[in-house]
Design a protein around this ligand. Structure first.
Ligand code: ADE
Length: 336
């Protein structure tokens, strides 16, 4: 079974993804409220000739946070410097990035919740007063030097806003949440991607791909490319319903877009834990996955489509989950 939920690991895929990206807000599909708010904040900042306030974008992976950061830079007519939270290991790494920013530049920190605490602290104070405070020397000889920073905008992206320290969270003037895309929006994404790739595709095939993309553009685009491979392998230039069905069956992407981790997760709740409630740690260790990965990457969609419920006593598989996996409810003393 194909794993659909891998993070952005593959640089070739990253490159393709980049070529697909819309450049302006008006080309960006979905996230209507967020887009509307940003249109106003960007327009107002430009009118005042100021940088945009620091912006925190949060929500499940693959929903277009990075794409939106590039769009903001484009709309603000400025450059963007992209870094990854876990790669900024020491305060000095952050200092060298901040002190070389051009005025007005956007610093995009992906997975900002994974910045080490010491780095997070320095960033918080730098955002507060556009000054970088560095300490040199030890003990009584320690001196602090303030380096003034140019005005810039930090865009932080995270799958878990709650994991940021509150001083850092308080520095963001704009906080926007990403939601899963509706079926109609997912279809628009696939249609747009087919145009970018100049590939003909039937409306029915668009629907098939969109329905399996779990409301996530990154997955819709990946599925589109794999389905196109099946067409091209048969020397066909058009993606028909027949080819799309064949490809999606071969890729073993189920009708709701669940991959093998979702299936093992749900099966574990049903078979090992009698349908729940069961703690996430117990599920994670029984299927050999990380708690954080399940919580940030898998559960939001399973909750959204109503296959699990999160209760104070743990996770519960719903009736819909049982019927989707064609499993019978076991009888348990603990079930109501
Ligand atoms: N690619 C990733 N997210 C997108 C979106 N919301 N609209 C268009 N293309 C996208």
């Amino acid at each position: 079974m194909t794993r659909l939920m891998d993070a952005k690991k593959n640089s070739k895929e990253d490159e393709i993804e980049l070529s697909l990206r819309p450049k302006f807000l008006k080309e960006y599909i979905g996230q209507k409220e967020l887009k509307h708010n940003l249109e106003i904040f960007i327009g107002a900042a430009k009118h005042r000739n100021e940088v945009l306030d620091h912006t925190l974008l949060y929500g499940p992976p693959g929903l277009g946070k990075t794409t939106l950061a590039y769009i903001i830079a484009n709309e603000m007519k400025t450059k963007v410097r992209l870094i990854n939270g876990p790669s900024v290991e020491r305060p000095g790494d952050l200092a060298s990035i901040l002190s070389t920013l051009d005025p007005g530049e956007i610093l995009f920190i992906d997975a900002i919740h994974r910045l080490p605490r010491v780095v997070e602290e320095i960033l918080s104070s730098a955002l507060e007063d556009f000054k970088l405070i560095t300490i040199s020397g030890m003990g009584e000889n320690a001196t602090s030097i303030d380096i003034p920073l140019p005005p810039f905008t930090l865009i932080g992206a995270t799958t878990r806003a709650g994991a940021l320290s509150s001083p850092l969270r308080a520095r963001f003037g704009i906080t926007e949440k990403f939601n899963f895309y509706s079926l109609d929006e997912s279809e628009q994404i696939v249609r747009r991607t087919s145009k970018v790739f100049k590939t003909k595709i039937s409306e029915e095939a668009i629907k098939l791909i969109a329905a399996r993309s779990r409301g996530t553009p990154r997955i819709a685009n990946r599925l589109f490319r794999r389905v196109r491979d099946f067409a091209n392998f048969e020397h066909k230039d058009e993606i028909t319903t027949v080819i799309a069905t064949k490809a999606l069956t071969a890729l073993k992407v189920d009708k709701l877009g669940l991959d093998d981790v979702d299936i093992r997760y749900l099966t574990a709740i049903m078979e090992r834990f009698h349908g729940g409630p069961v703690g996430l740690e117990a599920i994670a260790s029984s299927i050999g996955e990380e708690v954080m990965n399940l919580e940030d990457v898998y559960e939001p969609y399973l909750i959204q489509i109503g296959l699990i419920n999160r209760t104070p006593r743990g996770r519960i598989a719903t009736d819909k989950a049982y019927s989707h996996l064609e499993k019978n409810h076991g009888f348990s003393l603990f079930k109501s």
